[in-house]
Design a binder for this molecule. Structure first.
Ligand code: FAD
Length: 420
């Protein structure tokens, strides 16, 4: 099987790299074992939220952040390129109506009632922007046990906003006509696509709303027809309606995944899902092919001129920590940077602590090519993007999707330069 470019991974970084390469005229194959963290994480593009201080303007904070963190993947990217990646992304996901910019972070509520800084959000989350305060009613769907609007509202009213504006928030419960107990986010997303269901929810809700309140729903307002679902709810309730992302699965993330996959296919890309890359062949400092094993089939070789490793971190199997405490990169066996010695602590008790292991990953050169043991690019035609890269702490920085977007875009840009 021959392509110009082969991208490994179907998370945000792989989807972005593959789409950009296919649009750039390269015969591109995306191969992935499974879906990535799009299906788990909110679809907001968090470029830089904390340094650790709250970041109000990513564009304002990034230059100093890059200088202070030369090992960070953002240090390989210019501000112009990050801005270009955001503009490109907004155009490719027009159907989801992304809004925002690098100039000013929005503050959108998490399901725990924390105002979270983020650069751009899908249209479905935009009316939840808290920067100027406001009055909000958060809707509880009685059969949805993973979303707690009273807890959310209680925390949100205590939050201190940089603007000093006040948030008034409360919970409203509706009984979900026709939905069985304990259904999940995807069941609700499908239920909201039924006009009768959403009309029934809106009519029950409307009588409980107060003047001036915007309405926050858990992020389950439809999958393929979400724009219609939200528009009809806004019309029926006569006020802005928005979604609050919650526990996985992430319905907004699935919409994003589908939008990018559809764009990739339209651009002529070849999509191979359910196939694991288990090794590679190399010659004279270049990767020549990947060994790909699909379920119940033999291993086959995927040849290419350029390769992008967008395999994620520990959670997706890109990095493996064995019982001897050794960490390895699982496809190429590349050196993993930032791993503390076995005898030193690697993880700390608190979730958001400064875990010594948190920055582990692949070190890269300025063109995002992973470094080999000698500190030079391991292969001239292998690029890396997203959570597999060393030096970032996406959870603490709130930078995960921003990094995935910008590095996926940048890796593809370097390849397109080489190809031209
Ligand atoms: C629950 C959760 C919540 C999050 N919340 C936020 C948030 O609020 N804000 C934020 O900015 N970020 C958040 N993130 C982080 C963010 O989603 C990720 O950092 C980012 O999307 C990483 O994308 P990626 O493409 O690099 O990797 P991933 O999304 O992990 O994708 C990796 C891909 O590689 C594939 N793969 C791995 N190994 C192989 C192999 N050998 N062969 C073939 N395929 C392989 C996987 O199947 C998958 O398709 C969250 C992540 C999670 C899990």
């Amino acid at each position: 099987m021959k392509s110009d470019a082969v991208v490994v991974g179907a998370g945000l970084s792989g989807l972005v790299a593959a789409l950009r390469l296919a649009e750039g005229g390269l015969k591109t194959t995306l191969v992935a074992q499974g879906v990535g963290s799009t299906h788990l994480s909110p679809a907001s593009i968090d470029v830089l939220g904390y340094t650790p201080e709250l970041v109000e303007s990513p564009a304002g904070a990034l230059p100093a952040f890059r200088t202070e963190h030369p090992e960070h993947p953002y240090a390989c990217l210019s501000l112009e390129l990050i801005e270009e990646s955001v503009a490109w992304f907004r155009e490719r996901t027009e159907i989801l109506g992304y809004t925002g910019s690098l100039e000013e972070n929005l503050l959108v509520p998490t399901a725990a009632g924390v105002p979270a800084p983020t650069a751009i959000v899908p249209a479905s989350m935009a009316a939840g922007d808290l920067r100027s305060g406001g009055h909000f009613a958060f809707v509880g769907l009685r059969a949805m046990k993973s979303f707690h609007p009273a807890y959310l509202a209680e925390n949100l009213v205590q939050a201190k906003l940089p603007s000093g504006a006040a948030v008034e928030a409360r919970a409203v419960l509706v009984s979900d006509p026709g939905v069985e107990p304990d259904v999940g986010a995807l069941d609700y997303a499908r239920a909201f696509e039924d006009p009768a269901f959403r009309r029934a929810v809106a009519s029950e809700l409307k009588v409980h709303l107060q003047p001036g309140e915007s309405v926050g729903f858990p992020a389950v307002l439809g999958l393929d027809r979400h724009a219609e679902v939200r528009r009809e709810l806004e019309d029926a309730l006569e006020r802005p309606v928005f979604e609050v992302p919650g526990l996985p699965p992430s319905v907004p993330g699935i919409r994003l995944f589908r939008a990018l996959r559809a764009a990739f296919r339209r651009a002529g890309g070849r999509w191979v899902m359910g196939a694991m890359v288990v090794g590679a062949s190399t010659s004279d400092g270049s990767v020549t092919s990947l060994s790909v094993r699909a379920a119940a089939s033999r291993t086959s070789a995927y040849e290419g001129r350029w390769f992008v490793l967008a395999t994620g971190g520990f959670a997706s199997g890109a990095l493996h920590l064995d019982s001897y405490g050794e960490v390895r990169e699982t496809v190429f066996g590349l050196p993993v940077w930032g791993v503390p010695p076995v005898e030193e602590p690697r993880f700390l008790p608190g979730v958001f602590d400064d875990h010594p292991m948190a920055k582990a990953g692949l070190a890269v050169d300025e063109r995002l090519r992973p470094l080999g043991p000698d500190g030079a690019a391991a292969f001239d035609n292998l690029f890396a993007a997203g959570a597999v890269l060393a030096g970032a702490e996406p959870w603490r920085e709130r930078s995960g999707n921003g990094l995935a977007l910008a590095t996926g875009f940048a890796a593809a840009s370097h390849i397109l330069e080489d190809a031209s």
